[in-house]
Design a binder for this molecule. Sequence first.
Ligand SMILES: Nc1ncnc2c1ncn2[C@@H]1O[C@H](COP(=O)(O)OP(=O)(O)OP(=O)(O)O)[C@@H](O)[C@H]1O
Ligand SMILES: [Mg+2]
Length: 302
Amino acid sequence: MSNPVELRNTVKIYDLGGGVKINALRGIDLTIKKGESVSIMGPSGCGKTTLLNMIGGLDHPTDGQVIVDGIDITHMSEKKLAQIRREKIGFIFQFFNLVPMLSALENVQLPMIFAGKLSDVEIKDKAVELLRLVGLEQRMYHRPTQMSGGEQQRVAIARALANEPSIILADEPTGNVDRETGWKILRLIQNLNEILEQTYVIITHDPHIAKTSEKIFYMVDGQIYEAPPRSATTPSSHVLAEERRQLMLAELRWLKTSLVSLEKRKAKLNPESYAQVKMGYAKQLERLKEMIQEDHGKRRSI
Ligand SMILES: Nc1ncnc2c1ncn2[C@@H]1O[C@H](COP(=O)(O)OP(=O)(O)OP(=O)(O)O)[C@@H](O)[C@H]1O
Ligand SMILES: [Mg+2]
């Protein structure tokens, strides 16, 4: 199975003209495995955003290779890159990038409309489910300006999840919210990472936040280093357990919506891709069941 992210000796030089060149990435080798959550830290200007832009196919490297989900995107055309981004990657930026004239619901619907795979009704159902997943069902019809920073950030997360991307890239996702909201967002990301088996790459300046991910990489002047692995994990309190439970329930509802929509589309799909998608959902369901049972067992033994 291919890794979601593989960078091989990736170099990025910004040429500012007049002989001025900036070596933003100086030959990065980086492998991120499926389902891993990874934090990237480092001083301002060390190349973190540039690295994320490479992984997300937002920019081309000057040298080396960028491989996403086994596909070499190094020299891909903008049109093909846009397709890869749509299908595989969810972006969460520091400045949310929500469309100001649209409601939370419409903002989350947007990427699904662009993908053109679901009917209008299915898109709305799924957007509602996603907003429920991030705890914003009461704010669906609010525009970004009518929401707090943390709420907007959670809309951005729901939007990033809309097309069920296998890779989520977050550039300082808690940079603009207070500490408590930041933690809530982080816990949401952590739980989703576990429940949906998505791969997360998170840039952060906050070491406490970085410690919540499985691996921490440090960047210095365009180069990357891995931190030693963590030994202890934080025990989860009742509040954390309840948050997890709510997320798993939301995910179950979401899976149900996806299954109903798949059945509706069955006639239009070729049997092979129908079977493949259905098997994917069945696996996800099995995994969720196991996690629910595991958590249930833990609660009983307290
Ligand atoms: N489009 C660009 N053109 C020219 N130089 C750029 C461009 N984008 C970034 N740089 C330069 O490349 C280097 C790395 O920038 P990058 O944005 O990746 O840093 P960063 O680690 O994300 O910093 P911060 O923590 O401040 O966001 C910096 O020296 C920056 O000035
Ligand atoms: Mg940056």
